[in-house]
Design a protein around this ligand. Structure first.
Ligand code: CTP
Ligand code: MG
Length: 228
């Protein structure tokens, strides 16, 4: 089973508000993206890593990859306007032997190798698998007027993370359908769901945060030593 992972890393990090893309901010002595890539480099199930980033970052990231001994990383791919565009560019570069493809945000450095393996294996069996954690908060559905319409049953609610893992043909079909219908989504599973496929949920860990806003960096500094 040849398994590829696409790492979208072409965002601007507007919500972080930092001068450089948040994927390049230093955490526990190293850029966030290096922590993320190292987890996939060390995961036995992963055969190749496709990183998608903005062209202006190619030289700097190439240096980080070389210095970090990240030998599974293939030549860098150019990012697009949205995350979806970036993943789509990454999809065009996967090895022709690829059976299973994972997609993982560059800004989720605390992904455990066991979870990477579980996601890949579940996709091999079921076609599509996503990593998620049980919702901690009570969740409400509001109307456009900002008033509560109803309280959802937390037992059935999940906070979705990455990686998300798919049989390559399924993810390619999903992206083709999205292109033909002009649909936009913030995760890959949503596009696969449009094919009528129900991905299985792998219960992950609350550690696997997406570094999005400045307070996430404070939490990340506390979590980092556990993953180095
Ligand atoms: N991403 C990407 N291409 C884009 C936009 C986002 O590859 N055009 C990547 C980001 O680099 C990140 C991941 O998708 O690794 C998740 O996106 P998000 O957390 O939204 O990051 P940003 O888009 O950089 O942040 P913001 O939305 O606050 O601008
Ligand atoms: Mg974004």
């Amino acid at each position: 089973m040849y398994t590829s992972v696409i790492i979208p890393a072409a965002g601007f990090g507007e919500r972080m508000g930092s001068a450089i893309g948040k994927q390049f901010l230093v955490l526990n002595g190293e850029p966030i993206i290096v922590h993320t890539l190292r987890q996939f480099q060390r995961a036995d199930v992963i055969d190749e890593i496709i990183v998608v980033t903005r062209e202006e970052s190619f030289a700097m990231l190439g240096q980080l990859i070389a210095n970090g001994g990240l030998t599974k990383v293939r030549p860098l791919m150019k990012g697009g306007r949205t995350r979806q565009d970036s993943v789509c560019n990454g999809l065009s570069a996967v090895n022709e032997r690829c059976d299973i493809v994972l997609v993982h945000d560059a800004v989720r450095p605390f992904i455990a190798r066991e979870v990477i393996a579980q996601a890949a294996e579940a996709a091999a069996v079921s076609g599509a698998a996503i990593v998620a954690v049980r919702a901690k908060d009570t969740m409400k559905l509001a109307g456009p007027d900002g008033r509560v319409e109803k309280t959802l049953d937390r037992a059935f609610l999940w906070n979705v993370q990455t990686p998300q893992a798919f049989r390559l043909s399924i993810l390619r079909d999903a992206y083709a359908l999205a292109a033909s219908r002009n649909t936009a989504a913030t995760d890959d599973s949503s596009l696969v769901e449009q094919l009528g496929i129900a991905p299985v949920i792998i219960e992950g860990s609350y550690d696997n945060i997406k570094i999005t806003t400045p307070e996430d960096l404070l939490v990340a500094e506390l979590l980092a030593p556990r993953f180095s």
